[in-house]
Design a protein around this ligand. Structure first.
Ligand code: NA7
Length: 567
C-alpha cells in the first residue's frame, strides 16, 4: 500500500488514456495512467473474441494527431480486426514511449475530491492511493459487460464465456454444442466464427439486429496511396462531418426522390458496405419514420435473401424499431450462417429463456444440452463504468460526504459537453454521456475530447486556477440542448444501450449527442475562444470554495465568476 503523487491521474489505458498521456507529457505534466487490465488496449484488449472487428473503416479508425504516425502505419484490411487494432495501439505505446507511464493491473475503485487540498485521491483495489489535482477518466463507453441475471447461471458445468472478457489463450469450439446468447454486434460476429468448427451453434436471439454485409477486403497499395496522399484533408473533412469519418454529404430527403432513385442509392452504399454511410444515405433517415421505413424495407429484403429459408428470415428480420436506432451492424457471413446445417436459431420471443441448468439451457419449449455458453449480452454502456466506481465530488453542504456521481447519474446522466460534471471539480471524462461518442467514429471523438481537456488543463495552469467546475446553468443548458436534439430524432424511442434501456434501473436518456461531430467541434472551439464561460474557476492562493462557503447556486456562481475575472 502506498501513496503516489502526480500532477495528473488518468484512468484507463485504451485509446483515450494513451492519447491523454501523450498530450500530458507534451505539456510537461507528471502524469500516470492506471489500468485494470494486464496490458494496454482497453476495448481492444478485452474484446478478443473470434470475429471481433471494428465497424468503422481502419483508415478513419486511427489517430490523426501525428502525420508521421498515420503515414507509417499500414492497415491491411478495410475493417480492421481486433488483433490488428491492438497491434496498432502497442505500436503507438512503443513509438511514444508510453509504457513506463502506465500502471497495469491497477484496478481503480474510488475517487474522492478533497475540498481543502483541492485534489483527487484515487483508490485502487490493492489499497494504493494516487493523488493529483486533476483526474481524467478515460474508462471507455463499452467497458462494463452486462452479465444477465439468468436463473441458474452459476450452475452450468460446461464452459461459460463472456465476449468482453475472452480468454487470452482462445477457445476451442471444435465439435462442441455452443449457445451464443445475444444477437447484437458481438453475437453477430461470433456466431459465424463458432459455426465454422462447432458441432452445433444455437443462436439465442431475443431482439434481431439490422446488419449489412461489411464487404471487408484487403487494402491494396492503391488504397494506401489514395488515402495517404490526402490524409490531412480527409481528417479535416472527418472533423467537420456528422459522424467523424469521411462521408459524402447526403443532403436529400429519402421522400423527395423516386422509389427507383432511392433503391439505387441504397444499393450503391449497400454494395460498398458501411453502416455509417448507409444511415446517412438520406438526411432524414433518423428523424422521419417514413423515410426510415424505406431503408428498413430495403434491408429487410436483403436479409431475407441472405438467410434463404423464409421461416428463419421471418424471425431474423427485425421489426418494431427504426433502423439505426439500435446499432446498425455489419457482418461477414452472419445471415448466410443460417443456411448451415449445424446452426439453429432459437427465437427467445417465442420460447423465452427460463434458466441455465447444469447441462445447458431451458427455454419455455425445450431443454438444450450444451458444452459451452457464450454471453454476448452487451454492456452497461457509456455511464456504466463510472457509475460502478465510488466517485465523490464536492460536498453539497458542510460536513456531508461528497456528492456521488453514481447517485447523480442514477437520476439523469447529466454533464457539461459530455466532458465535465457539475459538482465534480477538476474531473474530466473522455467521451462521457452527452457527447457524440458511440454515434461517431470513436477515435476521432476521443481525440476531440482529449485535446479539449488537455488545452483546458493548460489554460487553467496558465491562469493559475486551482479548481474548475462547470456551473449548474452551463450543465443544464447543455443537457437541454442534447435532449432537444435527440427529441427531434427516432433515437428517443430506442430500447437499447443507446438509451440505457438494456440495464434495469438505469434512467432512460439518449446517451449520445446527436448534433454531429462537426457542430460539436464548433461548440468546443467556441467555448475555448470565449475563455470557457461555462466554467467556474478558483485561482490558487484564494481559498478553495469550501462547503461552508456555499450559499445559493446563484451566489456561488457569481462569486466564482468574479474570482475568475480577477485571476
Ligand atoms: P448489444 O448490442 O447490447 O447486444 C446484446 C444482445 O444480448 C442483444 O441481442 C440482447 O437482446 C441480448 N441479451 C441481453 N440480455 C439478454 C438476456 N438476459 N437474455 C437473452 N438475450 C439477452 O451488445 P453487443 O456487445 O452485441 O454490442 C455492443 C456494441 O459493441 C456494439 O453496438 C458495437 O458498438 C460494439 P435484447 O436487445 O436485450 O433483447
Amino acid at each position: 500500500m502506498g501513496i503516489f503523487r502526480h500532477e495528473l491521474v488518468i484512468v484507463g489505458a485504451g485509446v483515450g488514456g494513451l492519447y491523454a498521456l501523450i498530450r500530458a507529457r507534451r505539456q510537461g505534466l507528471d502524469a500516470v495512467v492506471l489500468e485494470r487490465g494486464s496490458d494496454i488496449g482497453g476495448t481492444w484488449y478485452w474484446n478478443r473474441y473470434p470475429g471481433a472487428r471494428c465497424d468503422v473503416e481502419s483508415f478513419d479508425y486511427s489517430f490523426s494527431f501525428d502525420e508521421e504516425l498515420q503515414q507509417e502505419w499500414v492497415w491491411t484490411e478495410k475493417y480492421a480486426g481486433q488483433p490488428e487494432i491492438l497491434a496498432y495501439l502497442h505500436h503507438v505505446a512503443e513509438r511514444y514511449g508510453l509504457r513506463d507511464g502506465v500502471r497495469l493491473q491497477t484496478n481503480v475503485q474510488s475517487a474522492r475530491w478533497d475540498e481543502d487540498a483541492l485534489e483527487w485521491t484515487v483508490g485502487t483495489e490493492d489499497g494504493d492511493e494516487y493523488v493529483a489535482p486533476m483526474l481524467i477518466m478515460a474508462t471507455g463507453v463499452l467497458s462494463t459487460p452486462k452479465i444477465p441475471d439468468i436463473p441458474g447461471i452459476d450452475d452450468f458445468r460446461g464452459e461459460l464465456y463472456n465476449s468482453a472478457n475472452w480468454p487470452a489463450e482462445g477457445v476451442d469450439f471444435a465439435g462442441k454444442r455452443v449457445a451464443v446468447i445475444g444477437t447484437g454486434s458481438t453475437g453477430i460476429q461470433i456466431i459465424p466464427e463458432a459455426a465454422k468448427t462447432a458441432g452445433r451453434v444455437y443462436a439465442m436471439q431475443r431482439t434481431p439486429s439490422y446488419s449489412l454485409p461489411a464487404h471487408n477486403r484487403p487494402l491494396t497499395e492503391a488504397d494506401q496511396q489514395r488515402v495517404k496522399g490526402a490524409y490531412p484533408d480527409i481528417r479535416k473533412r472527418a472533423r467537420a462531418s456528422m459522424l467523424g469519418a469521411f462521408t459524402d454529404t447526403f443532403d436529400r430527403s429519402a421522400l423527395e426522390v423516386t422509389a427507383e432513385e432511392r433503391e439505387a442509392e441504397y444499393r450503391r452504399i449497400y454494395d460498398y458496405g458501411s453502416p455509417m454511410r448507409f444511415a446517412s444515405a438520406f438526411n432524414d433517415l433518423i428523424t422521419d419514420d417514413e423515410a426510415n421505413r424505406t431503408a428498413r424495407d430495403f434491408v429487410d429484403a436483403r436479409i431475407a435473401e441472405r438467410v434463404g429459408d423464409p421461416e428463419i428470415a421471418a424471425r431474423v428480420v427485425p421489426n418494431g424499431y427504426a433502423l439505426a436506432t439500435r446499432r446498425l451492424c455489419i457482418d461477414t457471413g452472419y445471415y448466410e450462417t443460417y443456411r448451415r446445417e449445424n446452426v439453429t436459431l432459437v427465437d427467445l420471443r417465442e420460447e423465452p429463456l427460463e434458466a441455465i441448468t447444469e447441462t445447458g439451457i431451458r427455454t419455455a419449449k425445450r431443454e438444450i444440452e450444451l458444452d459451452m455458453i457464450v454471453l454476448a449480452t452487451g454492456f452497461d454502456a457509456v455511464t456504466g463504468t463510472l457509475r460502478r466506481l465510488d466517485i465523490r465530488g464536492a460536498a453539497p453542504s458542510p460536513g456531508e460526504e461528497g456528492l456521488s456521481l453514481r447517485e447523480k447519474w442514477d437520476l439523469s446522466p447529466d454533464s457539461w459537453l459530455g466532458i465535465m460534471v457539475h459538482g465534480f471539480p477538476n474531473l474530466f471524462v473522455v467521451t462521457g454521456p452527452g457527447s457524440p461518442s458511440v454515434s461517431a467514429n470513436m477515435f476521432l471523438a476521443i481525440e476531440q475530447h482529449v485535446e479539449f481537456i488537455s488545452d483546458l488543463i493548460e489554460d487553467s495552469r496558465r491562469r493559475g486556477d486551482a479548481r474548475i467546475e462547470p456551473s449548474a446553468e452551463a450543465e443544464a443548458a447543455w443537457v437541454a440542448h442534447v435532449r432537444e436534439v435527440s427529441d427531434g430524432t427516432l433515437f428517443k424511442d430506442a430500447t437499447s444501450w443507446y438509451t440505457g434501456a438494456n440495464v434495469a434501473g438505469k434512467p432512460r436518456a439518449v446517451l449520445q449527442y446527436l448534433g454531429g461531430v462537426g457542430p460539436y467541434d464548433d461548440r468546443l472551439r467556441e467555448e475555448e475562444r470565449a475563455g470557457y464561460p461555462g466554467l467556474e474557476r478558483t485561482p490558487w492562493g484564494s481559498r478553495g470554495p469550501r462547503a461552508e462557503d456555499r450559499g445559493s447556486e446563484d451566489h456561488r456562481n457569481d462569486k466564482h465568476r468574479n474570482e475568475g475575472v480577477h485571476a
